[in-house]
Design a binder for this molecule. Structure first.
Ligand code: APR
Ligand code: PHB
Length: 405
């Protein structure tokens, strides 16, 4: 289905039926669409925003080994393998002390790939276009119906016209604010949430990164992260109050604050320059259980949110899609529904472990207004244990590179 230049289909080209209807064209929805199409499962993606808007989102960029393998399996690994940065280690600094975690050495050679989520999304779009995938952009008023029947459907508006698509299954990949989770009766869902009393102020700048590997820095003044997108583009974050405004931060003020959050020898090497993006992200841990309601399956941010400290957001979306695509493909290829039946439990088992790791990193490395002296000593002791125990470092490494699927 060839779409118009903006990648959208005209209202009169909307298919009346598909096998799997995917709500949301972010990384979860596009990856699922690609994997299903390659396995011969027909699917349509409904996306509320324009393609340009989806591609303009600045998000994180650390891919677990499992995500890298899944993107290669989906046929979208070539540019990642050419341009991505393979990292066999990561640094944690606590006040002036610096600790390198030998990820590869502690996990039998597993590593992470630094490659922006924006790039992953662009690669997925290119692959969908190449296969003639059906993505409807700028759809409005999406509503899901008959989820507990064998033939659910969605209605929506496109180009001012009301549309309906019938299907066998609906994949809710529409993020935290999407319609899918909200389509599940409240008494059928259990929600778990923890909102942290701070946010992250982040900038993107075309300056060489301060370090070849990521640095997660804990300082009396708060948390800071030194990351990158390429050898010439850096991504930095500092902990900030929740009610902070990016507009209150000149570049100079940001660089000064960042340097003050880092060990002196790291700060001394910082190359500064004009920011090309500046934004604030709140920190929250959130899980919705179960991740299935009838013929609706939730995946990615629609079902769970992690604070960015563990770099697990995109990677959890990928593991959900791994389990869900396996289930849907087995259903169509062999009439075997075991994997679909087990989807919610399998996905949630991995989600909760990543929630734990992200919560632990956030709790250990940020400064909490009400932690008190005992809380501060606990953080110190967490770092001391990590710095002096190879077992603790191995546990950290296994979680950071990604627990097995
Ligand atoms: N109808 C159609 N599309 C919708 C609707 C709706 N009602 N509501 C939201 N969407 C779209 C959004 O515009 C977005 O493009 O669903 C998509 C959801 O994408 P993401 O929020 O990126 O979620 P997901 O694909 O699960 O990816 C998770 O994204 O936010 C990061 O840290 C997160 O890295 C993680 C990754
Ligand atoms: C990023 O590069 O934006 C990034 C990296 C690691 C994180 C969070 C964000 O934990």
């Amino acid at each position: 289905m060839i779409a118009d230049p903006s990648g959208s289909l005209a209202a009169d080209a909307v298919p009346a039926r598909t096998q799997v209807l995917i709500i949301g064209g972010g990384p979860a929805g596009l990856l699922l669409s690609q994997l299903l199409h390659r396995a011969g499962v027909d699917n349509v993606v409904l996306e509320r925003r324009s393609r340009a808007y989806v591609l303009s989102r600045i998000r994180a960029g650390v891919l677990e080994q499992g995500t890298v393998d899944l993107l290669r399996q989906a046929g979208v690994g070539a540019r990642m393998d050419r341009k991505g940065l393979l990292h066999g280690g990561v640094e944690i600094s606590f006040r002036e002390r610096r600790l390198r975690i030998d990820l590869a050495g502690l996990t039998g050679g597993r590593s992470v790939m630094v490659y922006g989520q924006t790039e992953v999304t662009a690669d997925l779009y290119a692959a969908r276009d190449a296969m003639g995938g059906t993505i409807l952009h700028e759809v409005e008023d999406v509503a899901l119906h008959d989820l507990e029947s064998a033939s659910p459907f969605a209605t929506f508006t496109l180009g001012g016209e009301t549309q309906r698509i019938n299907c066998d299954f609906i994949a809710g990949c529409d993020g935290f604010h999407g319609v899918s989770r909200r389509s599940i009766p409240e008494d059928r869902l259990k929600l778990f949430e923890l909102v942290y009393p701070f946010g992250w102020l982040g900038i993107l700048a075309d300056v060489p990164p301060v370090s070849d590997e990521l640095i997660y820095a804990s300082h009396e003044k708060g948390f800071a992260l030194c990351s990158m997108r390429s050898p010439t583009r850096s991504r930095y974050y500092i902990q900030c109050p929740l009610d902070e405004e990016p507009g209150n931060w000149s570049d100079d003020r940001f660089w000064e604050a960042l340097a003050a959050h880092l060990p002196a020898d790291v700060a001394a090497r910082l190359v500064t320059g004009p920011s090309i993006e500046k934004s604030i992200a709140p920190l929250r841990s959130f899980v919705a259980e179960p991740m299935r309601h009838g013929r609706l399956f939730l995946a990615g941010d629609a079902a769970h949110i992690v604070p960015p400290t563990g770099a697990k957001g995109l990677n959890l979306a990928a593991s959900d899609v791994h389990y869900l695509s396996q289930g849907l493909i087995a259903h169509y290829a062999a009439g075997d529904d075991l994997a679909l039946e087990r989807y919610s439990d399998r996905a949630l088992a991995r989600v909760w472990k990543a929630e734990r790791f992200s919560w632990w990193m956030t709790s250990t490395l940020h400064s909490f207004p009400d932690a008190g002296e005992f809380g501060a000593r606990m953080q110190q002791a967490e770092f001391d244990y990590l710095a002096t125990s190879r077992t603790a470092q191995a546990a950290f490494a296994e979680n950071y590179v990604g627990l097995p699927y």
